[in-house]
Design a protein around this ligand. Structure first.
Ligand SMILES: Cc1ncc(COP(=O)(O)O)c(C=O)c1O
Length: 419
């Protein structure tokens, strides 16, 4: 009897290893914004931010291959490329952030950010939102709300209500920035009273995992004022919005107009090669280096650095940030024109789109689950987010253009028209 792929995977990897979709997709090849499965079926990738400059971009592939054929070592020798990269990357950052620790995953970068906040403040209290994901290390998973930690959440962690477009904190979109800040202030007071003190807040500037909040200049100003008043650090998780995805700016925090103390990056930075980084001002970095001995065998090795540099080359050379702004505006027009009675909101943060569906007062969770499966069957890779998992999530590679936007919008309207 032929063993199914799912059985083989479970036998070798254990149960409950996440895959997307009821019928998981078995991919074998990618190019630009397109993916192919083992049967030869072609999909338009409307979801994957890791392949930021397009699947298998030849410039990145060549850079990896050339460096792998020249030298790859661990990171405790001198090598130019990692320095070239940090110099070039930090030139895109404002706010005095000019140094980096290179790691391999966004989770590790966020783990370091938490430790930087501890090193600077000497405190351990930390705040995040109550509907988020920042990674999978023991410390960072305390801030990730997908599953409750065994033994309960650590007492030095406070989760504040995430902002929301349809059910805004404080009762209105206008009141939401202050209401969010008020909740942060209350959480800080609790942490102080409990004896942990306040080390910082970790947040994604577009609240991507929370359900996506369109970047609005000044939205976080009241929160930043509270954090500054109480001596904590702002740990800005740019794993999703960074590298031009928001279109208007290279970084999400610049779109909102606030100054983080620490910036973490990962997924898109080397177009799929596993590398990430925690970026900080020199004073923050010095406090961290003083408090913790730290090295990372693979983080920023010569091949990773070559992949990072090549990805930056493509973002700049192909004008992908401005292309993101153009495609975003075009696709938003098309998404706003979609017709279906359950559509409650259509929103964007550059090349990141959400279409939220509600049924009466309730999230249309099952409806969106079925819509996603239908779209995948039609050859469109996408998914869903939000507290009720009722928001269609589209976050394609940055090479996704007007032609692809039309294909997606036409297919979505066709799928919606059947239900
Ligand atoms: C906002 C955010 N931060 C951090 C991470 C963790 O990154 P990694 O999976 O590379 O550890 C993720 C992963 O989904 C993420 O969405």
């Amino acid at each position: 009897m032929t063993q199914s792929f799912a059985e083989r995977r479970a036998r070798l990897m254990g149960p409950n290893v996440p895959t997307f979709y009821e019928t998981p997709v078995h991919l074998v090849r990618g190019e630009g914004a397109w993916l192919w499965d083992a049967s030869g079926k072609r999909y338009l990738d409307c979801y994957n931010n890791v392949a930021h400059v397009g699947h298998c971009h030849p410039h990145v592939v060549q850079a990896i291959a050339t460096q792998a054929a020249t030298l790859n070592t661990h990171t405790r020798y001198y090598h130019d490329l990692v320095l070239d990269y940090i110099e070039r990357l930090t030139a895109t950052l404002n706010h005095g952030i000019s140094q980096a620790i290179m790691v391999c995953t966004g989770s590790e970068a966020n783990d370091l950010a938490l430790r930087m906040a501890q090193a600077v403040t000497g405190k351990t209290g930390i705040i995040a939102t109550d509907n988020t994901y920042h990674g999978n290390t023991a410390a960072v998973s305390q801030l990730s709300t997908r599953r409750p930690p065994i033994g309960g959440r650590a007492p030095n962690v406070r989760l504040v209500p995430a902002p929301d477009v349809l059910r805004p904190l404080g009762g209105s979109l206008a009141a939401q920035p202050q209401a969010f800040a008020d909740n942060v202030a209350a959480a800080i007071a609790e942490l102080e009273a409990a004896g942990f003190g306040f080390s910082g807040i970790m947040l994604c500037p577009v609240f991507a995992n929370e359900g996506l909040l369109p970047p609005e200049k000044g939205f976080l100003d009241p929160t930043v004022a509270v954090v500054r008043r109480d001596g904590g650090l702002i740990l800005c998780d740019e794993v999703q919005p960074g590298f031009g995805r928001v279109g208007s700016h290279f970084w999400g925090h610049d779109a909102l107009g606030f100054a983080p103390d620490v910036v973490t990056i990962g997924k898109p930075m080397a177009n799929g090669h596993p590398v990430a980084a925690c970026l900080a001002r020199p004073d923050v970095m010095a406090a961290f280096r003083e408090a913790f001995g730290y090295f990372n065998t693979f983080g920023g090795n010569p091949v990773s650095a070559a992949a990072c540099l090549a990805t930056l080359d493509v973002i700049e050379g192909e004008g992908l940030q401005s292309r993101a702004a153009e495609t975003s505006a075009y696709l938003m027009d098309r998404l706003r024109a979609l017709r279906h009675p359950l559509i409650a909101d259509v929103r964007t943060a550059g090349m990141f789109f959400g279409v939220e569906f509600v049924q009466g007062d309730l999230p249309a969770t099952a409806f969106v689950a079925e819509l996603v499966e239908d779209m995948v069957a039609r050859g469109f890779i996408l998914n869903r987010i939000g507290r009720g998992a009722n928001t269609l999530k589209m976050r394609p590679p940055m090479v996704f253009g007007i032609a692809e936007a039309d294909l997606l919008a036409d297919a979505l309207q066709a799928a919606l028209s059947t239900r």
